[in-house]
Write a protein that binds this ligand. Structure first.
Ligand code: PLP
Length: 410
């Protein structure tokens, strides 16, 4: 037993720690703006109507069962998933340049990417934005991938630090891996414009870097799948002759599959004459199978069945598009209402960034002390960085939140 005596107690995970304190809080007016999960206007988790319909069809199927999927997961899922990321008429798809496997949601896809980099691209550093989703660092470090950061958020202006971003890409050792948030950057909610994306991808190409797109919010950010895939498709087009591209795709937010862990990992091969695409793709797919097999044997089936059902049925797909509009427009409405209330109250500071940012989160600019006071005095919970999950706002709590922010800012 003494062998285990020296194991150090770690503090709770910052985000899940907030959830725990929120759950234990007995104040009636408490508000959870911590965890990034969609809530309806009553503050409740929302099962998408397209998901309800898909589940009904799955349960009614006389062949319904709980058999294992193959090692690489459901091909019905991964091939349909590739089409929404890369586009129905993607040249890379038509040319058979994309290897796709199912993963345990976005985190699992990132884990596959990390294992792939440590096995086949050893010694290359991975560049992540400062700030970024808290788990990025941990996932890559756990696989021995060296991480570095590129500047992203300029706090004084609440805008993108393009100059610092581009400089870091250009200064990074040739062939580094650059992690880019495909849309709805977490935690800032601040995305590059289309022109800025073009400059970013050009900088990447100039150094033969490899891009890893983290796509956790496609369709959830704007309500439009194509719009939210702009950066990925531009990257695939512009980098086609340069380097491979990785895409880590999550269905947690856009299909609301959070706990069902549905996602995909895609690897786009470059378009080069001296590459036997079919052979390389076969080899890569076999290696992906081998690493998945030793870790999870095969991925979870239920969420994959639901997402595959939605993506492969035109009627359910149509409903799903509507569902994403429902979610993204409610979030947009809450952004506007919060900004308008803060301005109307004369709360010190500027608040337009709340409506200019997109996706699940707003990087409010509130200091850690203000965030602490929001929690202790007003039962409003958010991350100490000032990141607020806008999906946690609704018509029942927004007045309380706006007044609480006003009190802590003054
Ligand atoms: N990447 C980003 C930027 C995220 O915000 C998240 C979830 O919050 C994920 C990946 C992965 O989420 P999941 O593993 O639930 O798909």
């Amino acid at each position: 037993l003494t062998l285990l005596n020296n194991i150090q107690q770690l503090p709770p995970d910052a985000l899940f720690g907030i959830k725990q304190r929120y759950t234990q809080d007995s104040r009636a007016n408490k508000v959870d703006l911590g965890i990034g999960a969609y809530r309806d206007d009553k503050g409740k988790p929302w099962v998408l109507p397209s998901v309800r319909s898909a589940e009904k069809l799955i349960h009614e199927d006389p062949n319904y069962n709980h058999e294992y999927l193959g090692i690489n997961g459901s091909p019905e899922l991964s091939s349909a998933a590739a089409k929404i990321v890369f586009g129905e008429d993607s040249k890379a798809l038509q040319q058979g340049r994309i290897a796709s496997v199912q993963s345990l949601s976005g985190t699992g896809a990132l884990h596959i990417a990390a294992k792939f980099i440590s096995s086949f691209l050893p010694g290359r550093s991975l560049y992540i934005s400062e700030p970024t989703w808290a788990n990025h660092n941990a996932i890559f470090k756990s696989q021995g991938v060296q991480t570095a950061t590129y500047p992203y958020w300029q706090a004084s202006t609440k805008t993108l630090d393009m100059e610092g971003f581009l400089k870091t890409i250009k200064d990074a050792p040739t062939g580094s891996v650059i992690l880019l948030h495909a849309c709805a950057h977490n935690p800032t909610g601040l995305d590059p414009t289309q022109d800025q994306w073009s400059d970013i991808i050009d900088a990447v190409a100039s150094k033969d870097h490899i891009v890893l797109f983290d796509s956790a919010y496609q369709g959830f950010a704007s309500g439009d799948l194509d719009r939210d895939a702009y950066a990925i498709r531009l990257g695939v087009e512009k980098l086609a002759r340069v380097s491979p591209i990785f895409v880590c795709q999550s269905f947690a937010k856009n299909v609301g599959m959070y706990g069902e862990r549905a996602g995909c990992f895609h690897l786009v091969l470059p378009e080069q004459e001296n590459i036997d695409t079919a052979k390389v793709k076969g080899a890569i797919t076999s290696q992906l199978s081998s690493l998945i097999r030793s870790e999870v044997s095969n991925p979870p089936a239920y969420g994959a069945k639901i997402v595959a059902k939605i993506l492969n049925s035109p009627e359910l797909t149509k409903q799903w598009h509507q569902d994403m509009i429902t979610m993204s427009s409610r979030i947009t409405e809450m952004r506007h209402e919060l900004r308008d209330r803060l301005v109307a109250q004369g709360t010190p500071g500027t608040w337009d960034h709340i409506v200019e940012q997109c996706g699940m989160f707003s990087y409010t600019g509130l200091s850690p002390e203000m965030v602490k006071r929001l929690e202790t005095q007003h039962a409003v919970y958010l991350v100490s960085s000032g990141r607020a999950s806008i999906a946690g706002l609704n018509h029942g709590n927004i007045e309380h939140v706006a007044k609480a922010i006003d009190e802590v800012v003054r």
